[in-house]
Design a protein around this ligand. Structure first.
Ligand code: HEC
Ligand code: HEC
Ligand code: HEC
Ligand code: HEC
Ligand code: HEC
Ligand code: HEC
Ligand code: HEC
Length: 327
């Protein structure tokens, strides 16, 4: 009995010690992580003192004078956007050659091959939920890849210095739409970017969509991919952009009870709601109003109220009868 008791107390006195060890271990690890991140950020300043704004300075070794020059627009990296991006904790030289440490940069570096997303993410369990391989094959089937194969790569939509996940963070639908559409418009509203890949004349997006009433409102509330990419149940963001002939044009595809938006734009929120509570198109209700899409919400509510009334009636009736019988 006594030995049992001492065992019991011993177990419990070991508990706080164990907990403290675990906490200490975790905080040390976190500390190491944030220390590494801080080190990397400090290192990056070596690059950003030139690449972080519109001009840079260096000392000309021939004349010994300090020279101020304009930084090329394309080589400017926005500090705050980088600091919010998925790869914010990286050193610039985790992706770029360490030889960039010298200026002028050695010419051969221009020919350097860049990593692809799947060089790092492919087969990595930690990112399994994103389904990188599946996204890759969906992208390979898209118009962009089939028409421009090698030239068109993931970085063209996922800017290496600014890309951040968006649909999965608790962003407002409108912010997600704005972020994602900017990715497409980066080429489809910019002739220089577009013609990096083709000699075609960039079709005017506004004019090509003039059949859509209230176009500006639509472009604020739905993403380009809603109409242009084929959805795939197993990935969150459709990557298979289709030829224009296959684009969604029919209003009822969205403005109806089984709106395609539930499987695309609202998919993540739908999954969240489903895992928390019951499921209705209430997701749409929270964010805006897609005509038609939430009709069954009201119908559902109405039938629920009616069901409640009927059930209540039966209950009252039954209990009255039981009470009567008891008397
Ligand atoms: C003294 C200013 C300066 C510093 C410091 C500097 N760069 Fe540059 N960098 C430039 C200029 C100017 C260019 C454009 C001309 C060129 O390509 O050499 C450039 C171009 C580049 C390019 C594009 C090359 C291409 O393909 O055209 C990359 C990538 C790059 N720098 C990375 C870095 C990295 C990474 C660091 C930090 C380790 C860094 N730079 C530090 C001034 C600088
Ligand atoms: C996650 C990997 C990654 C990190 C981190 C990264 N870069 Fe890049 N960077 C790239 C890729 C990929 C390209 C080529 C993009 C392209 O060709 O469209 C690139 C291109 C560039 C260019 C050429 C301009 C351009 O858009 O083509 C410069 C300059 C540059 N990086 C500087 C930096 C600096 C400075 C840092 C650190 C603050 C940095 N990079 C961090 C992947 C990265
Ligand atoms: C050089 C290796 C490397 C390359 C190339 C790379 N990534 Fe990453 N990526 C990482 C690492 C490591 C992390 C985790 C960073 C952290 O936790 O600070 C990450 C984080 C992410 C995240 C966030 C994951 C989360 O759970 O928050 C996404 C999304 C992502 N990467 C997408 C991409 C895409 C898309 C590309 C290509 C356009 C790409 N990555 C290229 C290594 C890489
Ligand atoms: C035509 C543009 C485009 C191309 C090309 C592209 N993506 Fe994307 N990708 C997007 C958009 C838009 C999103 C949604 C971003 C957001 O809101 O989070 C996205 C999201 C993602 C996500 C996050 C998905 C999630 O579940 O949260 C990953 C991972 C990703 N892309 C990987 C890739 C890889 C790998 C490639 C190349 C094989 C690629 N992408 C090529 C446009 C593109
Ligand atoms: C890097 C530049 C670039 C980005 C980013 C980009 N596109 Fe494209 N897109 C092109 C080019 C170039 C073509 C022309 C292909 C051809 O016909 O040669 C094209 C073609 C298309 C087509 C096919 C038109 C047709 O003629 O059938 C559609 C639809 C399309 N893009 C939609 C999108 C969507 C949606 C996004 C964002 C998720 C996007 N694009 C992002 C460059 C881009
Ligand atoms: C409501 C659905 C819908 C939305 C949202 C939408 N599109 Fe379209 N888009 C279409 C349809 C339908 C066509 C085919 C029009 C035609 O053939 O005349 C088209 C045509 C196109 C074309 C081909 C133009 C041509 O004739 O070569 C491109 C490129 C394109 N859209 C890009 C975009 C971009 C970028 C966005 C986001 C800013 C977007 N679309 C948003 C439905 C949509
Ligand atoms: C890709 C999905 C989609 C397609 C296709 C689509 N819509 Fe919409 N529509 C929406 C969304 C989302 C809204 C935004 C509602 C809000 O929150 O204000 C909207 C808004 C509207 C509005 C404005 C309502 C208001 O409050 O002013 C009208 C009118 C409309 N759509 C008509 C149409 C017509 C007509 C078509 C077919 C030619 C069409 N829509 C195709 C998704 C779509």
């Amino acid at each position: 009995m006594i030995s049992h008791f001492t065992q019991f107390t011993r177990k419990f006195s070991a508990f706080p010690v164990l907990a403290m060890v675990v906490v200490l271990f975790l905080s040390l690890q976190l500390n190491a992580q944030s220390k590494k991140a801080a080190e990397n950020a400090a290192f990056n300043e070596k690059c950003l003192k030139c690449h972080g704004q519109s001009k840079y300075k260096y000392t000309n070794p021939e004349s010994g004078t300090e020279v101020t020059k304009k930084m090329y627009m394309e080589t400017i990296i926005n500090r705050s956007q980088f600091a919010e991006s998925n790869h914010k904790n990286f050193k610039c030289t985790d992706c770029h050659s360490a030889d960039y440490d010298t200026f002028p940069h050695p010419g051969h570096l221009r020919m350097e091959a860049m990593y692809a997303c799947n060089d790092c993410h492919g087969g990595d369990e930690a990112y399994a939920k994103f389904k990188f391989e599946e996204i890759e094959s969906e992208f390979q089937a898209s118009v962009h890849a089939t028409k421009h194969s090698e030239d068109f790569n993931c970085w063209m939509c996922h800017n290496p210095h600014t890309y951040k996940i968006n649909v999965r963070s608790d962003e407002k639908i409108k912010d997600i739409v704005a972020y994602d559409n900017a990715i497409c418009l980066n080429c489809h509203a910019d002739i220089t970017e577009y013609q990096m890949l083709t000699d075609k004349v960039n079709p005017n997006i506004v004019q090509k969509h003039d059949w859509l009433p209230n176009q500006a409102l639509h472009f604020k509330n739905v993403r380009c991919i809603e109409c242009h990419a084929r959805t795939n149940d197993s990935i969150l963001v459709a990557h298979n952009v289709q030829p224009k002939a296959k684009a969604v044009r029919r209003c009822v595809e969205c403005h109806s009870t089984n709106s395609i938006l539930m499987a695309s734009l609202y998919k993540y929120k739908v999954q969240e709601v489903r895992s928390k509570a019951g499921f209705y198109n209430g997701v749409i209700m929270n964010e805006g109003y897609v005509i038609g899409a939430n009709r069954n919400y009201y119908l559902g509510l109405l039938s629920l109220i009616m069901f409640g009334c009927v059930a209540g009636g039966i209950l009252i009736h039954a209990s009255l009868r039981i009470l009567k019988r008891k008397k």
